[in-house]
Design a binder for this molecule. Structure first.
Ligand SMILES: [Zn+2]
Ligand SMILES: [Zn+2]
Length: 720
């Protein structure tokens, strides 16, 4: 026996589903490889196997039931919901109103790339046109050793002023790649997103409210990045361990002591063609043309921008720390050491007896270390770790700190130290090399802070906390994603959340919200909000007074076997309700569904029992199925009661091969037969499942266990 869940509390899932249904922000489902390697495009039903691990796409090939699916949000839907909000749209005019000053870099909009996109009238000609940055990152919700590897696709809306754009409310998550494998080719997953962005750049979207155009807006993706490996996936770059180890220049790295070293400081910069037309030497290191280059806004390799957090925020600081803390005494692993390891011959030439005494650029006396420590302490307030500082005049704000100029000096210094054999060439590692591109990046795309990946790190942190399922973290993540999207939409679209939710939540027990049949009997039924009062001639759900009174008369005839007498419904007034509670179950109705704008069929179907006199004049009780229209109060022979108005199915029977499984044929739309029953007559909530190709034929599914064969128990609605 299946225990009935007391349904007096709405479960989170139910709430989410109903909210999602109401606000129309729904995720799209895509088939994915069970191992997470690839996504199958919607317009391609014929790819049957994962191109990388060969697992099957469909669990059932005949019915095309997919092995696994993931959820993805639509960029257009999400941006539309942001643009439809007057406050957000006003804030987003920041881009349009941005004051550009020659040689001043305060935001993304100072960069040459934006300036040239703006000069091309296709992209940023309307004040409502939008610039977006995309971030991609891997994360693990569980333990590093065991957890699935998930990846997030995250958007930052650059139109919002910097002090807004990194707040949760203003950012958008499009997808969480479900893992457990890392995607073999990210473009499979990016395809739906890139297709949409291309369309949004070329044609834009139009926001209407009540038929009037609120705004027309082109939505342009201008940056796609992440940490070094993530940006490599986006750019189809061979990665930082490879010979062509930089996605921005044509450096050829050298392997020294099995480390990839970036010794060349004169390599030429890459151009757009390195990513798009590959046959010359220049495209080396770009494996195949990345999908993102198909966007009209892809005009330069700096589209795959440098991301401040992983570069300066974490990479370099750790690097400098490593340099300062190289062990002087212990024998060390040449492969990872930064300190130069002299050969015996070199030691002899320099007349040095122990390798420990070989000069090291960062060998610093204790006294000096204390001094350095004090300097670090002093410089602490200028370290850009938070976004709390003002955005105007960053150089002045950071007390004249001009880090950009020093990068070249620092690199030249390291190079000369390598030549003098004091440090290993490995010191010039990828983060160190990418630093040299920071000035170019600022020139092209504005300051790094304007499109920092810190926001994404914070977001993945938020997701990690919410992804509770250890078994199927990927699917769980998809649900969390959708939930955020729905709540984000509710927040942004002026929906009165309180009002919306109040309809969905069980009501507080005040007199306005529910009416008990008998206050002293807590097993008696209760009518629950939304409550209504109307005259018999204007009943909800299109029920006519004739239908209603006839159903009521037939009920009394069946229950009391008395002929019709004028039914007392408080002088023609009906007190009704959209929901009711009885026996620990909350029943809903068509009236309730209309009230919350739910258009799907379902969850107000019940099976009930009713008795009638058969042609031998014996009282016989049979089973019926119908959907509850609403609940109401009556008084009959001075007895107050709550009754249920049900729209009963056209015919009842059992499934041919299973006499314990009822089936029904529903009436065609617009056709109704109303029946009134008492709460005690309801047997259970049921679900309907279509079971033949014939229209309106349904199997009746319930938790109720029937112990007798049903073929003689299913009723004929004509008897009611
Ligand atoms: Zn696969
Ligand atoms: Zn480079």
């Amino acid at each position: 026996m299946i225990r009935k869940l007391p349904s007096t509390i709405l479960l989170q899932d139910t709430l989410d589903r109903r909210l999602a249904g109401k606000v129309n922000v729904r995720s799209h489902h895509y088939d994915v490889c069970p191992q997470g390697c690839q996504l199958f495009q919607k317009n391609d039903e014929e790819t049957l196997n994962c191109s990388s691990c060969n697992e099957t796409r469909y669990a059932n090939l005949t019915t095309r039931r997919p092995s696994r699916q993931m959820k993805m949000m639509s960029v257009g839907d999400r941006i539309a919901s942001v643009l439809a909000n007057d406050r957000f749209r006003e804030l987003m005019k920041y881009r349009h109103n941005y004051q550009f000053e020659e040689n001043v870099y305060k935001d993304y909009f100072d960069g040459q790339e934006y300036q040239s996109l703006k000069a091309d009238t296709r992209f940023f000609s309307s004040e409502d046109d939008v610039a977006m940055a995309l971030f991609f990152d891997e994360f693990q919700p569980g333990k590093a050793a065991t957890g699935d590897k998930l990846s997030i696709i995250h958007l930052v809306n650059l139109n919002f002023p910097p002090e807004y754009r990194f707040q949760n409310e203003y950012m958008i998550q499009l997808a969480i790649l479900p893992g457990p494998n890392t995607p073999k080719d990210l473009d499979f997953f990016l395809q739906p997103i890139v297709d949409e962005f291309r369309d949004l750049s070329n044609h834009g979207l139009v926001i209407r409210r009540n038929g009037d155009v609120v705004c027309k807006s082109k939505v342009n993706l201008v940056i796609a990045t992440g940490d070094i490996p993530a940006a490599a996936s986006l750019a189809h770059h061979s990665g930082h361990m490879s010979t062509n180890g930089c996605r921005l220049c044509r450096i050829v790295t050298k392997r020294v002591n099995s480390r990839t070293c970036y010794l060349d400081t004169t390599a030429s910069l890459r151009e757009k063609a390195d990513f798009t037309t590959g046959s010359s030497d220049f495209e080396k290191g770009i494996n195949i043309e990345p999908l993102l280059t198909s966007l009209p806004t892809f005009t330069h390799p700096t589209f795959f921008a440098l991301e401040e957090l992983h570069l300066i925020g974490q990479g370099i600081a750790k690097h400098v720390y490593d340099l300062l803390t190289v062990s002087m005494k212990k024998t060390y692993n040449k492969a990872i050491a930064l300190k130069y390891a002299p050969t015996d011959k070199e030691l002899e030439e320099e007349n040095i007896t122990s390798a420990n005494d070989w000069p090291f650029s960062f060998k610093i006396s204790k006294y000096k270390l204390i001094e350095i420590g004090n300097f670090i302490e002093l410089s602490r307030p200028t370290v850009p770790t938070t976004f709390s500082s003002k955005w105007e005049n960053p150089i002045e704000q950071s007390r004249g700190n001009r880090g950009v100029v020093a990068i070249t000096q620092w690199n030249n210094f390291l190079l000369s130290e390598i030549r003098q054999k004091r440090i290993q060439p490995g010191v010039l590692k990828p983060v160190q090399h990418y630093l040299t591109h920071v000035p170019m990046m600022i020139e092209k795309q504005g300051i790094l802070k304007a499109y920092s990946g810190r926001s994404m790190e914070r977001t993945t942190g938020r997701y990690k906390k919410l992804i509770k399922s250890k078994v199927n973290a990927g699917a769980n993540a998809g649900n969390v994603l959708e939930r955020f999207a729905v709540y984000g939409h509710v927040n942004s679209s002026n929906i009165n959340l309180r009002e919306t939710l109040n309809l969905l939540e069980p009501k507080q027990r005040t007199n306005n919200d529910f009416v008990p049949l008998d206050e002293n009997d807590n097993t008696a039924p209760e009518l629950w909000s939304p409550l209504f009062q109307c005259s018999v001639s204007s009943l909800p759900c299109g029920v006519s007074d004739r239908q209603f009174i006839s159903a009521l008369q037939r009920n009394y005839m069946r229950v009391y076997s008395v002929p019709y007498e004028p039914v007392n419904i408080s002088s023609g007034v009906v007190n009704g309700a959209g929901r009711a509670w009885f026996n620990d179950i909350v029943y809903t109705s068509a009236f309730f569904k209309d009230h919350i704008n739910e258009r799907r069929r379902g969850n107000n179907y019940v099976m009930f029992t009713a008795s009638h006199l058969n042609h031998h004049n014996n009282l016989t009780s049979q089973l019926y199925v119908g959907s509850i229209t609403f609940f109401f109060e009556t008084t009959f022979k001075s007895l107050r009661d709550f009754l249920v108005l049900i729209d009963v199915a056209e015919s009842h029977g059992v499934v041919d091969y299973e006499r314990l499984m009822p089936k029904v044929i529903l009436r065609r739309p617009g056709q109704h037969k109303y029946v009134v029953c008492r709460f005690g007559d309801i047997i259970c909530n049921v679900g309907l499942l279509r079971y033949t190709m014939a229209e309106n034929h349904y199997k009746v599914i319930s938790h109720h266990i029937f112990t007798e064969l049903l073929d003689l128990k299913m009723g004929n609605a004509r008897n009611l």
